[in-house]
Design a protein around this ligand. Structure first.
Ligand SMILES: [Fe+2]
Length: 250
């Protein structure tokens, strides 16, 4: 018991030290940090990873998300909101997308836990889940922002995992990543991909609302389950690496 306590303390100290190191001189160390992760743990395949949520969990997710309040995209400043959006972009987003107000819920926690285990091996390194958000794309909505081909432009080390509780098809909407079209999937379809390296777009449904849930994660030197991933619709990722190691405990 004592040994375990000492081990946890040492890990916590290590995390805080790493955080402080990457905060030195307030420089952007994302590339250096990612090179170290790469060196110690190896690189993640560029090929998107596809899997499914178990049916029962997906049904619970659909029920919970459908009962969530809806909110519009807004510009309220947050530590993870690090992009300035013009009024024009915000207007377009509001015309085409509606966001879920996602708050801590046991079903979301269960989904996150399932996802953590599903990607543990392919991710190779420890990682931090930093953002969880969800939205509805209205059918036949405009080709702009997430619906036009783009790369997310996140700092190195981030990956995205998308969950489509209704599955993807022509009526519900589809996803294109690196020229590959994801369609005719079953419900609870999940895809993990390098969102800033692979060009991608969402394709709105011909008939139905397209429900997307998005988990952003960051490969790190030590894991951290203490980060609050319930954010605002406009949240992206943290600006400083020290934020990923905040209060690190296991
Ligand atoms: Fe994107």
């Amino acid at each position: 018991m004592k040994a375990k306590k000492l081990f946890l303390k040492a890990k916590s100290k290590l995390g805080n030290t790493i955080g402080k190191f990457f905060n030195l001189f307030s420089l952007n160390y994302f590339s250096l940090h990612d090179s170290l992760v790469h060196l110690f743990f190896g690189e993640v395949s560029l090929e998107p990873l596809v899997f499914y949520l178990p049916q029962e969990l997906n049904n619970d997710l659909l029920e919970t998300i459908s009962a969530s309040k809806l909110v519009t995209f807004d510009q309220e400043y947050n530590e993870k909101n690090n992009e300035q959006f013009s009024e024009e972009i915000i207007r377009k987003i509001n015309d085409n997308l509606i966001f879920f107000k996602i708050e801590k819920h046991w079903v979301f926690e269960k989904v996150i836990e399932f996802v953590r285990n599903a990607i543990k091996l392919p991710i190779k390194s420890p990682f931090v889940i930093i953002n969880f958000r969800g939205w509805i794309s209205k059918p036949k909505s405009e080709k702009f922002g997430p619906n036009s081909l783009h790369k997310d432009g996140f700092e190195r080390g981030h990956l995205k995992l998308m969950i489509y509780p209704n599955g993807l098809n022509l009526e519900n909407g589809m996803l294109e990543v690196d020229g590959k079209l994801y369609s005719d999937t079953g419900p609870g379809f999940c895809v993990l991909f390098h969102n800033s390296d692979l060009i991608h777009r969402g394709i709105p449904g011909q008939l139905n609302n397209r429900i997307s849930l998005e988990i952003t994660l960051f490969r790190s030197l030590v894991g951290n389950k203490r980060i609050n991933y319930y954010g605002k619709p406009s949240d992206r990722h943290y600006k400083r690496i020290s934020s990923y190691y905040k209060g690190v405990l296991f």
